[in-house]
Structures are given as structure tokens and as C-alpha cells.
Design a protein around this ligand. Structure first.
Ligand SMILES: [Zn+2]
Length: 371
């Protein structure tokens, strides 16, 4: 008899239903993950609203145990049944120019800025569930381990919900520390106290930054308070307080050494302000697709500007080390956990709709929903 796998499938805009798929036959070169926990990403509410992206099993911050594995895959990954792993969402080719130099997120086949049809490009949590073997997302009992998956081994005692922070915290390590150079003696400004912004602030403090300032709006009050509890030096409500004044006061009038914008501000206002608040020689990670970056000011201040673009293997490995260290109160970030038939509520909570004060929301597919 065919064994079936339950999955929460996005079937239309902001609509999910539980469907069953046949458990895939695993060959020599692939495997099957029993999903312990899958984080709802900051981009998931947008994906959930997007037309033309159904059917899809969402969930791209995935953690679980190896349930079945082929001999060649076991050898290549150094894994056996029962091992715990976390995965990137990328399914890179491992063979193009970018993959060969270790930057799978820029892979010619996997990079969303390269591919023509994102929905039919294989990537965990965003692709077409009609493509066999269908189990391409973490909001399901099992997920397919494709031969080209990007895998990190986890220590057996790591909390599964904490481990789902590997990707958002990996983004923080990438953008604030590896790209931005946050470290000893550096001052850092982070725009947006969502899971990526909090990840940037935490990574910067872990790297030894002398002062980390995070800013949000009045509706972010509880996340700003959370940032303070996670070790951020100054949390600013930019709707109520004068951010420019605070940054200049806290940096002795020099401006900050590192800026990361996690908001994707479409107006270009944050880019303008970020440049104005930068010290000479600062590194800025500016988001959004606005055309308004002031080149003249960048030259005068000798700034380095780039955009946040996902995470490298190294950044996620460092994030897992931070999680394993136990030095950070990560329970504060893992605000809500839902069962498989509550995926709709989980995504809406991440969007600030329904259940209030969500930060990092997770789905545990084997958890029984509370009545
Ligand atoms: Zn590639």
C-alpha cells in the first residue's frame, strides 16, 4: 500500500488546505526528511498573497531528521538515517561559475533575479507542488531531499525551533557581519526589527560591535523591546523619536560604521537617510529597488554600498554556532508554534494579522493542534 504524506498546500491567494501526496521512492542519490519544524520566513506573507503561485507547499526554513537516504547521498552528505539537519531554501546547480566559487545563492539556475519562471524553478518553499516528487516545502510531514540540496548538520540536542533561525540569523550574519564588517569597535544601525533585522542586531552584538541601534515604527513596539532584551543597545521608534538626532548623539557626531536596511523601503527615503547617518568609510546594505541612491554623497563619504542578497553557506554555519552557544535568549524570538493544519494562521501571524506580537513563527507538522 502506498504510504501518504500530509502537507499544507497553498491552493490560492491566502488559501491553504491539507492534501496528501504519495511518499516518494528514494533512489541512490536523494533522501527524505522527516520535518521537525519549519520557520515562517519574513517573505512568506508576500509569497502567500502572490497570484499564480499555487499549488505550493510553503516553508523554507527547514529542520528535521533524515528518514530515508540513498547510499550515494549518504556518502556525499556524510549523513545517516536519524541525523538532524537544517537546509537552505536554494537548490543550486553546483556546477556554474558562481556555485564553483561557493556562492550558491547566486547560482545561474537558482537565483531569482536570473530565472524567468520563479514558480517552476525548484526552490524549497516557493515552487510548484505539481512537479514530482511534490514535497518541496517544510509545511508537510516529510520533505524531499534533492541531490542538490544545501545541508548543515545539527547537534542532536539543538532545539528544533531555535534551529529554524539558522536562515534568518544567517542573513543577519551575512548582511551585518560578513558583508557589513560589524565587529569590535563598530557602530551599527539596523532598519526594521523583524526577524531579519533582529538577526542583524544579534549577529552584530555577537561579533563585538560596540553599539547597535535598531529602529522601527510605533507598531513595532514589542519587537523593539525584544531587540533590547536580545542585547541591542538602543531601540528607536522612528515615528515618535528623532532617529537622526539619536544616531549623531550616540556616535559623537561621526555617524555609524555599518547600516543594514531590512525593510525594502520603496520610497528611497531610508537610503537617503542611511547615507546621511553614515560615518566616513561606512558599509551600507541598502534594500528596495528605488533608484534614488545619492552617488555624490556616497563619494564624499567614501562609502561602500551593496544590497542584502540572502545567505552564504558560511553565514548559516556561523548562525548555527551562535544558536548552539546558548549565549542568546532565542526563546524570546521563537514567539509562536503552530500545527500543520494551522499554517494559514501561522503565515497571517507573521504578517501581523490575527494573533498579535509574532516575531519568529514556526510550524511543527507532527504537533497535534490544541483545541
Ligand atoms: Zn550554479
Amino acid at each position: 500500500m502506498t504510504r501518504m504524506v500530509r502537507a499544507a498546500v497553498k491552493i490560492d491567494i491566502e488559501k491553504t488546505e491539507i492534501r496528501e501526496f504519495a511518499r516518494p521512492c528514494i533512489g541512490d542519490d536523494d533522501g527524505l526528511l522527516k520535518v521537525e519544524c519549519s520557520g515562517v520566513g519574513g517573505s512568506d506573507p508576500e509569497m502567500y498573497r502572490k497570484p499564480g503561485t499555487a499549488p505550493c507547499i510553503m516553508g523554507h526554513e527547514n529542520v528535521g531528521t533524515v528518514d530515508e537516504i540513498g547510499a550515494a547521498a549518504a556518502k556525499r552528505w556524510g549523513l545517516k538515517i536519524g541525523d538532524r539537519i537544517a537546509l537552505h531554501e536554494y537548490l543550486p546547480c553546483w556546477n556554474c561559475h558562481w556555485c564553483r566559487q561557493g556562492d550558491q545563492r547566486l547560482c545561474m539556475e537558482a537565483d531569482f533575479f536570473n530565472v524567468k519562471d520563479k514558480f517552476n524553478t525548484l526552490r524549497y518553499g516557493t515552487c510548484n507542488a505539481g512537479i514530482a516528487p511534490h514535497l518541496w516545502g517544510g509545511f508537510a510531514e516529510y520533505m524531499y531531499l534533492a541531490p542538490n540540496a544545501v545541508i548543515h548538520k545539527l547537534p542532536p540536542q539543538m532545539d528544533a525551533r531555535h534551529a529554524t533561525l539558522a536562515v534568518p540569523l544567517g542573513n543577519g550574519v551575512q548582511w551585518a557581519v560578513l558583508d557589513g564588517g560589524a565587529g569590535l569597535g563598530k557602530t551599527v544601525l539596523v532598519y526594521g526589527p523583524g526577524q531579519q533585522g533582529l538577526g542583524c542586531a544579534l549577529a552584530a552584538k555577537a561579533a563585538g560591535a560596540s553599539k547597535v541601534i535598531i529602529c522601527g515604527l510605533t507598531r513595532d513596539r514589542s519587537r523593539l523591546d525584544l531587540a533590547t532584551r536580545l542585547g541591542t543597545d538602543i531601540s528607536v521608534d522612528a515615528a515618535q523619536e528623532d532617529l537622526e538626532k539619536i544616531v549623531m548623539r550616540e556616535t559623537g557626531g561621526l555617524g555609524v560604521d555599518v547600516v543594514v536596511d531590512t525593510t525594502g523601503d520603496p520610497t528611497g527615503e531610508i537610503a537617503r537617510q542611511a547615507v546621511a547617518l553614515s560615518a566616513k568609510g561606512a558599509w551600507l546594505s541598502l534594500n528596495g529597488l528605488s533608484q534614488s541612491v545619492p552617488i555624490g554623497e556616497i563619494k564624499k563619504r567614501y562609502l561602500t554600498v551593496r544590497a542584502p542578497r540572502g545567505h552564504s553557506y558560511r553565514s548559516v554555519e556561523i548562525a548555527l554556532q551562535l544558536i548552539a552557544s546558548g549565549r542568546w535568549p532565542l526563546d524570546l524570538l521563537c514567539s509562536h508554534d503552530f500545527a500543520l493544519d494551522q499554517v494559514h494562521e501561522a503565515i497571517l501571524a507573521t504578517a501581523g494579522r490575527g494573533i498579535p506580537d509574532a516575531v519568529h513563527v514556526t510550524v511543527s507538522p507532527w504537533r497535534v493542534a490544541e483545541a
